[in-house]
Design a protein around this ligand. Structure first.
Ligand code: 5GP
Length: 129
């Protein structure tokens, strides 16, 4: 079971943003910018491009809804989209509110983000879905 499956199952806490029957979204615990959200399929697949076409398409549509709520909630020009998958072997899309290129520098994460602020951001995004 991946760490993301354990989060989805509620075994590990997270700042949840959105959920439907097949997908789940929550804040990245080490955000590159405030509001950095991960969108994951409930089905465990490591590499995103191993998902079947329908799952991949539906995942992007789910991410679109989350991104739209993020844009309403957080000050940003756009929601940046990235797929890395180098650390956690469970397909996921990174959604990051951005003002400029530097806001998506994955080498430069916010250390020890304030839990209250994270909680507020997750609730804010969820309220705008
Ligand atoms: P990637 O696999 O795309 O290279 O990176 C995995 C991402 O998941 C990282 O940005 C990391 O901060 C995030 N991450 C890893 N473990 C956890 C966790 O237990 N909870 C949350 N919310 N995020 C995590």
């Amino acid at each position: 079971m991946t760490i993301f499956s354990r989060i989805i199952a509620g075994e590990i806490p997270c700042y949840k943003v959105a959920e439907d029957d097949r997908f789940f979204a929550f804040l990245d615990i080490n955000p590159v910018n405030w509001g950095h959200t991960l969108v994951v399929p409930k089905e465990e697949t490591d590499y995103i491009f191993d998902l079947d076409d329908k799952s991949l398409g539906d995942m992007m549509v789910f991410a679109k809804k989350v991104a739209s709520a993020m844009k309403k909630t957080l000050p940003c020009r756009k929601i940046g989209v990235a797929v890395l998958g180098l650390e956690v072997p469970h397909a996921h899309i990174h959604l990051v509110p951005i003002q400029n290129e530097g806001d998506m520098d994955f080498r430069n994460k916010i250390a020890n983000p304030d839990p209250e602020k994270m909680k507020e951001i997750a609730a804010g995004i969820a309220a705008n879905l």
